[in-house]
Design a protein around this ligand. Structure first.
Ligand code: 3PG
Ligand code: MG
Length: 400
């Protein structure tokens, strides 16, 4: 896939004004960035631009200010973290994106190799409307365009889509690495491929499940969503989270899987509790005998062994969503044990492992294996849409 779009080394960066679409939509509390992973991934591209005496001019959204200037959503607060991680002074340029003449002057005056952050692109309604006039104003500030924001690529916005058509455009180093990893995960994976999908609800992942069953050899379903499938098979799930109205959908997905020769792997045993809180008493049940008063909050050890056996036969694993209520002990046990097993198989050279999605990254970090998978995406919505098989506008726009 990497051959289908320009990469950074194909752009002439020397002395150029490089508009770098970043995803600076990082968590901030009390003015401090609390998770800088997205910024860390951006550093190599910024360094490359600076090394070539280009000016790195960062464009990004931050939060959802809904097209209005709002100081609470100013990107100025993220600049110190970028300076820290790049070891480079970072200038901030305010603009309302209606008049960009001051921004243009600031960029002209900045020395070669400068790093500048322009104000939140979502301060203008044209950003989310993919407005061509706004994109032209953005384009007037640069000589070329680099997109390193895979996690915003599911949005067809002015800075992710329209702008890419107006200047020589390329994927940044993080974007290129991400697309390569995703290609190895589902595009042209080494088979057999196992997908692990967890999380609370089937309703938010119907498209994803429907797409996966046609692509993978085995689909492990865990988390609250597994209860809906167990219910659809006729098992009692007690007081567990369960979308009973989606039983038909679950059955349809299971039929589609069978036609596509995709094995659906559901829990066979479960950790049950009577209160939804940490360190409450639990008991193990087979899924055909769940206590009617209890709640399934994690997969049990026999389920874990079964999933591990499937992984032993696989060459590729794609993972989205925890298998239990992993934010509370002891219901993190299944997710942690499986994450560590996938990490080990990856480390031993048996497996390509790709994971993504907000909760998933938090779960892998909790299991201490965030850096032990082949690739962990920091994307939320974009990763899900990729798993759904949908084209991502920000990626499509980069294609040659
Ligand atoms: C994200 O954090 O998922 C991306 O930055 C996209 O943000 P959005 O969901 O507000 O478009
Ligand atoms: Mg999002």
């Amino acid at each position: 896939m990497s051959a289908s779009f320009k990469t950074l080394d194909e752009l002439d960066l020397k002395g150029k004004r490089v508009l770098l679409r970043a995803d600076l939509n990082v968590p901030v509390a009390d003015g401090q960035v609390t998770d800088a992973t997205r910024i860390e991934r951006l550093v190599p591209t910024i360094r490359e631009i600076v090394k070539h005496d280009g000016k790195a001019i960062l464009l990004s959204h931050f939060g959802r200010p809904k097209g209005k200037v709002n100081p609470d959503f100013s990107l100025e607060q993220v600049c110190p973290a970028i300076a820290d991680l790049t070891g480079h002074p970072v200038g901030f340029v305010a603009t309302d994106w209606t008049d960009v003449s001051a921004a243009r002057a600031a960029i002209e005056q900045a020395p070669a190799g400068a790093v500048l952050v322009l104000e939140n692109t979502r301060f203008h309604p044209g950003e989310e409307a993919n407005d061509i006039e706004l994109a032209r104003r953005m384009a007037s500030l640069g000589d070329c365009y680099v997109n390193d924001a895979f996690s915003a690529a599911h949005r067809a916005h002015a800075s992710t889509e329209a702008l890419a058509h107006l200047l020589p455009a390329a994927a940044g180093l993080a974007m290129a690495a991400e697309l390569e990893a995703l290609e190895a995960g589902l595009g042209k994976p080494k088979k057999p491929v196992i997908a692990i999908v967890g999380g609370a609800k089937v309703s938010s992942k119907i498209d994803l499940l429907e797409n996966l069953v046609t692509k993978v050899d085995g689909l492990v379903i865990g988390g609250g969503m597994a209860n809906t499938f167990l219910h659809a098979q006729g098992h009692g799930v007690g007081k567990s989270l369960c979308e009973k109205d989606l039983a038909d959908t679950a059955r349809r997905i299971m039929e589609k899987a069978e036609k596509s020769s995709c094995a659906i792997i559901l829990p066979i045993d479960a950790v049950v509790a009577w209160h939804f809180k940490a360190d409450t008493p639990t008991r193990l049940y087979g899924v055909d005998a769940i206590d009617p008063e209890g709640m399934i909050l994690d997969i049990g050890p026999s389920s874990l062994e079964r999933i591990k056996a499937a992984i032993d036969d696989a060459h590729t694993v794609v993972w989205n969503g925890p298998l239990g209520a992993f934010e509370m002990t002891p219901f993190d046990a299944g997710t942690v044990a499986l994450a560590q097993y996938v990490a080990k198989r990856t480390h031993d050279g048996h497996l390509v492992s790709v994971a993504g999605g907000g909760d998933t990254v938090a779960a892998l970090a909790h299991a201490g294996v965030k850096d032990s998978f082949t690739y962990v995406s920091t994307a939320g919505g974009a990763f899900l849409e990729w798993m759904e098989g949908k084209p991502l506008p920000g990626v499509e726009a980069l294609k040659k």
